[in-house]
Design a binder for this molecule. Structure first.
Ligand SMILES: CC(C)(COP(=O)(O)OP(=O)(O)OC[C@H]1O[C@@H](n2cnc3c(N)ncnc32)[C@H](O)[C@@H]1OP(=O)(O)O)[C@@H](O)C(=O)NCCC(=O)NCCS
Length: 200
């Protein structure tokens, strides 16, 4: 990680910068667009990466139930990419989620490889409880099209990813090439009820 990077909770004054960064990524559909007012109201859920006083990346931790949270709006400014900002922001949110005693994180993404390095596993959407999917798609109007659902357990602490999930570690089955269906060998089995909290 670069030494001049600070990852901290966002403040309302960061909303314009977060909006610009998300907007730049939203054009190709990799991140859902959000307007500045929505970001300002949701600011307590955001963390930002700051380099020399400038906000260069962001992500949000959204409570979905008593034990489940979602990571959303992950974006780094084009100029700030490739220097560890994105990984540092996600690691920060994983620690925060662990501190808040969530058992599990999930996210929707088109770039599973980036998140796999951080301990997330692709799950087969067909194996998820109907209530979870219908809440995502019907209530939140989220599309699963061309996206992987990934989850990460927090029960063994914030750095449990650095076991079998760490890049190159033994037993690392890899992630199937987008947009094919996940290889069953790389798909985590989600215990019944784990994600049900999201639908409440
Ligand atoms: C994806 C994104 C957040 C990554 O941020 P970043 O600061 O460039 O990533 P980092 O520098 O922390 O990269 C950490 C590792 O992930 C890898 N990585 C980065 N982007 C990746 C991608 N799109 N796919 C696969 N691996 C990726 C890096 O090579 C690096 O690996 P290394 O540790 O072996 O060098 C950033 O590229 C981005 O904003 N992309 C557009 C929006 C987007 O796709 N958001 C995710 C929506 S779910």
């Amino acid at each position: 990680m670069r030494s001049d990077l600070l990852v901290r909770s966002a403040t309302p004054r960061d909303a314009p910068a977060i909006h610009r960064i998300i907007d730049a990524c939203a054009a190709d559909g990799t991140v859902l667009p959000r307007d500045q007012e929505d970001i300002t109201l949701a600011i307590p859920s955001f963390v930002v990466g700051v380099v020399r006083g400038e906000v260069v990346g962001c992500a949000a931790l959204v409570t979905c139930g008593p034990s489940l949270a979602e990571i959303r709006s992950v974006a780094v400014s084009p100029a700030g990419r490739g220097t560890g900002v994105g990984a540092a922001i996600i690691s920060h949110l994983i620690s925060e989620a662990h501190f808040l005693r969530f058992d599990r994180l999930f996210l929707l993404t088109r770039i599973p490889e980036f998140f796999r390095r951080l301990g997330f596993r692709v799950v087969d959407p067909d194996a998820l409880p109907d209530s979870f999917l219908s809440d995502l798609v019907r209530c939140q109007k989220r599309s699963l099209f061309n996206k992987f659902v990934m989850t990460r357990s927090l029960v063994n602490g914030p750095i449990d990813a650095l076991g079998p999930g760490f890049a190159g570690a033994a037993g690392d089955a890899g992630v199937p090439a987008y947009p094919s269906r996940p290889d069953p060998a790389s798909v985590e089995t989600v215990p019944a009820g784990v994600l049900v909290g999201a639908a409440q």
